[in-house]
Design a protein around this ligand. Structure first.
Ligand code: COA
Length: 293
């Protein structure tokens, strides 16, 4: 009789790192009001940092800032900005400086996603995601870099693993995230002499996120779990733990890296997101893909 080996359980960064390692530090996080970025912000604040979170929706952002403050005992404020708009990001950076006096850490995390085949993507649909993910990352770097140079700070860019292979229905996101990886690498090389570091976290599927809800059909979660080498899906503590490491002094010789946080899933030969029926066009090129599944 076979005995199931339990997967390695998730763990919180405060169980590994000292709680005061980010005391006096300030985090600027786009996409911070929800999902992985909110979880990263919470972890970094749990280690002593104050934070400004940036998003488009005021009610959601203000509520998230209050929740993060209450949960961590640190200061958190919200700034409304669309990362596609450079002036709005510059205003958010100014609010951060006016409130906290500096920026040490930046998470470029705002992203857009939906499933659509190339045949069903309009130019504007493709460009919208590239504008949010890639141009939004560039705009965030431009708005924050003068401040980050002063603190010899550090960037984390949130990418994905789906562009390392041909993930169907993700042409727009794949192109956008490949651009994010490239931007981070160039930033690491250009700004390394000034002591600024830049790295990428490439999360696999993470439970409890809007992206996961949008991309995973109901009833397929067990199949995804079995396909992950570490035998569980990512949770909202897994990516933050890596972010804490990358911003910590333990990583002060680490720059220009792309770290996949996916339980090893990118090395398996199948995409870990199954196709949802809702995007399959019975008349189009996607029909044969459906037949193969
Ligand atoms: N399939 C195909 N095209 C789609 C689409 C879908 N599911 N959803 C949007 N589009 C197209 C729109 O039709 C439009 O193109 P068109 O002008 O040719 O019709 C284009 O994308 C822009 O859509 P719009 O709704 O105007 O953009 P927006 O800026 O309001 O929203 C999105 C941006 C589309 C990325 C939206 O999904 C979003 O705001 N996402 C943020 C949250 C998120 O995605 N989180 C998960 C991160 S992993």
């Amino acid at each position: 009789m076979s005995v199931a080996i339990p997967p390695r359980p998730p763990i919180k960064s405060t169980e590994v790192f000292k709680k005061d390692i980010f005391e006096g530090k300030v985090l600027f996080c786009t996409g911070g009001p929800s999902g992985i970025c909110k979880a990263m912000t919470k972890s970094i604040m749990s280690h002593g940092a104050d934070a400004i979170i940036i998003g488009r929706k005021v009610d959601k952002g203000e509520a998230a800032a209050k929740e993060l403050s209450n949960a961590t005992g640190q200061r958190c404020v919200f700034a409304q900005a669309d990362v596609r708009e450079p002036e709005q990001l510059k205003a958010a950076a100014k609010k951060c400086i006016d409130t906290f006096g500096k920026i040490d850490f930046v998470i470029c995390g705002a992203a857009g996603n939906f499933l659509a085949p190339i045949s069903g993507l309009s130019e504007n649909a493709f460009a919208t995601v590239v504008r949010i993910d890639t141009l939004g990352t560039f705009n965030t770097i431009k708005a924050t870099l003068p401040h980050v140079r002063r603190t010899r700070g550090s960037y984390i860019h949130v990418s994905a693993t789906l562009h390392y292979y041909g993930t169907p229905y993700q042409a727009h996101v794949s192109a956008a995230k490949a651009g994010v990886d490239a931007l981070s690498n160039v930033l690491a090389v250009e700004e390394g002499p000034r002591g600024v570091r830049s790295n990428v976290i490439a999360p696999g599927p993470i439970l409890g996120t809007e992206g996961m809800d949008r991309l995973t059909p109901v009833g397929k979660k067990d199949a995804i779990t079995r396909s992950v080498p570490l035998q569980r899906q990512g949770g909202l503590d897994d990516v933050p733990n890596t972010a804490v490491f990358l911003f910590s002094e333990a990583a002060n010789w680490v720059t220009g890296q792309i770290i996949a946080v996916d339980g090893g899933a990118m090395h398996t030969n199948k995409g870990s997101l199954p196709y949802p029926d809702s995007v399959l066009d019975p008349e189009g090129a996607t029909k044969s893909i459906r037949a193969k599944m």
